[in-house]
Design a protein around this ligand. Structure first.
Ligand code: ATP
Length: 331
């Protein structure tokens, strides 16, 4: 392999730039041509392909977002779209493609792999919902971002003795909410994987004030189904307000609701994410060069290994119930 393409796809995550930088510099050092594909699969279909040099990735390690830009592409999901993608890869004499993104982006890479084109994948998502790897790049930064914001909310919550219901990202996965909730000392954490009883949440709030607490902070992952049965699109952005109304009417304490939104995706990557991105970037490039295509780079303890797409897709991330219990006992 002499010419390797790299793209960022799906939702952006802090550390993506550091990963592209590592792939480019590691690749250049090995005498390869590294090509950046802008706007994920959408950009590949439009042939938005640029050569990357050492200097193109200079000053990027500390930048959030992705300088290659990212997008979602409906067209790429079709057979016709995938054939066009292969045509673009061959036209630009690209021998292998590294995709950085979430699980959807990996499914896209798998389609190309199944059609005989070598691909490798690097997990980048703030949700940390990709199986078989301890961490995805972006997760550490996002936990720190959410924790810092909740610390600030606590100041005003305490001054006014209010309850705050804080919606965090996590449509299917509550890992970010749970870990940030534990780090920020939230009184309760509500996540999609574990059913909760609203009456119990009200009791936690009331008991807290009875014991002399001056605030109550409740973190709610956006995917929590409080409106019972409504589709995610219908209940989107309403859940925290419904929960807030209920708690206010049951406990008589003043409640405020906050949807954190996209602020959770932004910001300079943490040192931990930069290091993870650098290690994963160099390892995934080595992997594809060694013929380990159709595989994802994964962190397992101190090791970085290549794991097949099949294995990743046949596993699921399970929530750490002991962490959930700990958050509620000490919160
Ligand atoms: P995030 O976790 O942040 O949402 P993601 O990578 O999971 O990131 P998706 O929107 O699911 O984001 O996927 C990104 C793109 O990958 C899609 O727009 C589509 O082009 C492609 N893709 C996703 N799933 C498939 C699939 N099953 N087959 C082919 N392409 C897919």
């Amino acid at each position: 392999m002499e010419r390797i393409g790299v793209m960022t796809s799906g939702g952006d995550a802090p550390g993506m730039n550091a990963a592209v930088r590592a792939i480019t510099r590691w690749g250049k050092d090995a005498g390869l041509d590294i090509l950046g594909i802008k706007r994920g699969y959408a950009g590949l279909l439009n042939e938005e392909i640029i050569p990357l040099s050492d200097s193109d990735v200079s000053g990027k390690v500390n930048r959030g977002g992705t300088f290659l830009l990212t997008a979602r592409s409906e067209k790429f999901r079709s057979e016709e779209g995938q054939q066009k993608a292969l045509e673009m890869l061959h036209k630009n004499q690209i021998d292998g493609l590294i995709v950085i993104g979430g699980d959807g982006s990996m499914r896209g890479a798998k389609k190309l792999e199944e059609k005989g084109f070598p691909t490798a994948f690097l997990p980048g998502t703030i949700d940390n919902d990709i199986p078989c790897t301890d961490y995805s790049i972006g997760f550490d930064t996002a936990i720190n971002t959410v924790t810092n914001i909740v610390d600030k909310i606590r100041d005003t919550a305490t001054s006014h003795e209010r309850v705050f219901i804080i919606e965090t990202m996590g449509r299917h996965s509550g890992v970010l909410t749970l870990e940030a909730g534990l780090a920020a000392g939230a009184e309760a954490v509500l996540i999609p994987e574990i059913k909760f009883d609203i009456e119990e949440v009200c009791r936690i709030v009331a008991k807290g004030y009875d014991r002399g607490k001056l605030h109550n902070l409740i973190l709610v992952a956006e995917g929590v189904d409080y409106t019972h049965g409504e589709s995610y699109a219908d209940r989107k952005n309403r859940v925290v307000f419904e929960i807030g109304k209920k708690i206010e009417s049951r406990t008589g304490h003043e409640v405020r609701e906050i949807v954190l939104g996209h602020v959770q995706r932004g910001g300079a990557p943490s040192a931990k994410d930069r290091i993870l991105a650098s290690k994963m970037g160099s390892r995934v490039l080595e992997g594809i060069l060694e013929g380990k295509s159709g595989m994802m780079v994964a962190k397992e303890g101190n090791l970085f290994r290549m794991i097949s797409y099949e294995k990743v897709l046949n596993n699921e991330v399970s929530i750490d119930k002991s962490l959930y219990e700990l958050a509620h006992i000490i919160g």
